[in-house]
Design a protein around this ligand. Sequence first.
Ligand code: FAD
Length: 362
Amino acid sequence: MADFNDYKGVWVFCEQRQGKLMSTDFELVSEARKLADELGCEVTGLLLGDNVDGIAKELGGYGADKVMVCDSPLLKDYTTDAYAKVVCDMVNEYKPEVLLIGATNIGRDLGPRCAARLHTGLTADATHLDIDTAKYVEFLKESSTIDLSKQKFDYEDRNLKMTRPAFGGHLMATIICPRFRPQMSTVRPGVMKKAPFDQAKADACQIVKPAFELAASDIKTEVLSVEKAAEKLVDLIGADVIVSVGRGISKDVNKGIELAEQLAAALGGGVVGASRAVTDAGWMSADHQVGQTGKTVHPKIYVALGISGAIQHTAGMQDSECIIAVNKNESAPIFGVADYGIVGDLFKVVPELIKQVEAAKA
Ligand code: FAD
């Protein structure tokens, strides 16, 4: 068992690709700020790369008190060996209480490797984090389908409560790591809300360049080149307007997708998302999928066309600012989370909607 008194501070592994920070970094630093305020400690960003100190201060604008920059040509491209070694060495030296990592492709590779080496636990793909027991119980009561009013919650502690969907999204499992430190979690991109950027805080953020050891012989793989996928993937997480299609387009798939694209464009630069029924059928590629096993989104406007509203779908879009649902079945569950519901055939309703939106803009 670790001596907990040695461990202090909330750390965020800040991922960069080709010298650019990822939006997940800002979400995680913003969330880390809230946790650190509960714990009464600092937020530290851990940034690895080659010549990346110039981008570090931006993390301060979202709540980092300090950024530790580990700069080396050997860290230019991500390799599991190099990154895991440096992250673990830093954790062993400076002992953070909490270490958060974005559940990106890189984070999902790095997190478990580090947790195993550090001999601590890791909650993968968390969607909610809390320190405060009272707040956590409130969250649990809101998100649970079971009546928890008579349940006794009597523990008071500083443990991080890491919540993630389990059993196909039917249960929310809250996981603690009471016997080891640091408490580690990979966190789903797009779930945590980014705080507004504060230039004064960015200016005040301290940049530290700690000493670390890394040799070419520590790395067993060589990155020859980084090839970007030829196909441009849809950016659902950053979109303000998303029009998603479900199995309800099956009567004429191409027409359904075209109508969604037209409505998304009419609403102002929107993108098209999809339910899993659509991506499973191969009507749209997997990067369009919204939901528990797809993307978590919170756009300003989310339009659901011919989507029933299964819990696995709503888990990924229910925090959108305004939800509009079109479904021919008036008892479809999607209407339970929608701000505006239109009962009708999407092939008739959507052309009318586009006309009305265009008319309102004219
Ligand atoms: P359906 O449930 O078949 O609904 C189609 C809807 O279209 C119906 O409500 C119908 O009334 C309506 N409709 C039909 N024709 C029209 C028309 N002409 N005009 C208007 N409305 C019409 N799903 C996701 O979306 N995302 C996920 O990430 C996801 N992850 C999952 C993970 C697990 C472990 C499991 C078990 C399931 C997951 N699912 C996910 C699947 C999910 O349970 C549902 O099966 C899926 O969301 C259903 O998609 P749908 O709403 O498009 O289709």
